[in-house]
Design a protein around this ligand. Structure first.
Ligand code: BMA
Length: 398
């Protein structure tokens, strides 16, 4: 208390002393009696890359930064659409069945929108996706969109890594018009995302993810750093300036990476990015595999936090998973160990695609009866792991 009074007195003295000087204005602006939020809000560090971003988008960006001090939002791809053993059941969610709450952030996928299909690459109808997104927004959750777009040069899938594809869709390239027509379709979908008062729903658009891997046509060996940066800037500029979309935050995300230099090799620039993240999967099991995963994830999270702090961006684990979670204590003993001391915005588990025709299952969060169910529940109770109810209270858009 004594210290507090001293500080208060010192501030008053400073204020009086500088009242008639230029310093006074600045001091008035950072008046300590003003709520801390409005001070933060007014600094350009907390504004998204799109200077014309909508009010809700600016507020979300600011709140994503603020929320980092509180905890990490847990996310799940396609959470509301399907899970292991079920599809399209209103209100259902594997995460909710096991933990009692929905995720705080939800991933959805745009692949096949470019072909005018009514369902996406994972057979989610775009009309249903729009409704899920409205539901998420109405309850104060966050939406991130990925896009496994087909190869515009060959017409095959995103995994057809034909050389020269990136170059072919840049301005002047033979497929630039086709690529623009695909972006028009993405734009139409994003612009159709509206809240109940007609306001545009903010989304985190995760473009050209895992760019340092070689499996997608935009990947590491398939374009130069300069081509990739041009592709990114062209895409953002087309959506933002040509299509007038002002509800997007742009996420740049690699796969696993070795160093900050490695991470930033194709980074398109601070003016074009809001979220910096990476994707990581555990592939090796057992004690050795677990220890290595904790070490790798921890190291990359430290680097991503440093990059984000340096660039004033939001750090995130944009995708993660351990296929079929075959370890009963993986959530608390492995994943949380690598995660808990980090201050990132969110961690998004990949999709619970369920069983395929030959009986194999693809899933990354447990369903009822799965061996890591109890441990996932325990993990979900950690105070710094945030679910829907936690973020609803925070009013991320207000
Ligand atoms: C991959 C897999 C595929 C899916 C694709 C796009 O990681 O989950 O089954 O089609 O993502 O969501």
């Amino acid at each position: 208390m004594i210290r507090f009074n001293c500080i208060k007195n010192l501030i008053s003295c400073l204020f009086v002393f500088s009242f008639n000087t230029g310093v006074a204005k600045r001091i008035v602006r950072i008046n300590l009696l003003q709520p801390i939020d409005s001070v933060y809000k007014s600094t350009s560090n907390n504004l998204p890359s799109d200077k014309q971003a909508s009010k809700q988008t600016k507020t979300l960006y600011f709140n994503l930064k603020k929320l980092q001090q509180k905890g990490i939002m847990f996310g799940h791809q396609d959470d509301l659409a399907y899970g292991v053993g079920w599809k399209y059941v209103p209100g259902k969610s594997d995460v909710k069945i096991v933990t009692g709450d929905y995720p705080a952030i939800y991933g959805f996928e745009l692949g096949r929108i470019e072909l005018d299909h009514s369902v996406n690459i994972d057979s989610v109808p775009f009309d249903s996706m729009r409704n899920y997104i409205r539901t998420v927004y109405a309850r104060g959750g966050v939406v991130t969109l990925s896009w496994h777009l087909n190869n515009p040069l060959t017409g095959k899938t995103a995994w057809d890594a034909a050389p020269g594809t990136v170059a072919s869709i840049l301005p002047g390239g033979e497929k630039n018009d086709l690529y623009k027509s695909w972006l028009d379709k993405v734009a139409n979908f994003i612009l159709s995302l509206k809240g109940k008062n007609g306001e545009q729903i903010p989304v985190i658009l995760r473009l050209f993810h895992e760019l340092n891997g070689n499996w997608f046509w935009w990947g590491e060996d398939h374009c130069t750093p300069d081509e990739f940066k041009q592709l990114w800037q062209f895409t953002v500029s087309y959506l933002r300036d040509t299509k007038n979309i002002h509800q997007c935050l742009y996420a740049f995300n690699t796969d696993r990476f070795n160093s900050k230099e490695d991470y930033l090799q194709k980074y398109p620039g601070d003016k074009w990015v809001d979220v910096v993240g990476f994707d990581i999967y555990q592939r090796e099991g057992g004690e050795k595999g677990n220890a290595q995963f904790v070490k790798d994830m921890d190291h990359m999270l430290t680097m991503i936090e440093e990059i984000a702090a340096d660039k004033k961006k939001v750090p995130a684990l944009t995708e993660f998973g351990y296929a079929q979670v075959p370890d009963s204590t993986w959530w608390t003993n492995v994943f949380y160990k690598g995660l808990d001391h980090h201050k990132i915005s969110y961690a998004l588990a990949w999709r619970n695609a369920g069983f395929n025709k030959v009986g194999d299952a693809e899933f990354y969060v447990p369903y009822k009866g799965q061996i890591s169910e109890k441990d996932f529940l325990k993990f979900s109770k950690e105070p710094n792991i945030l679910f829907q109810k936690d973020v609803s209270k925070m009013h991320l858009y207000k």
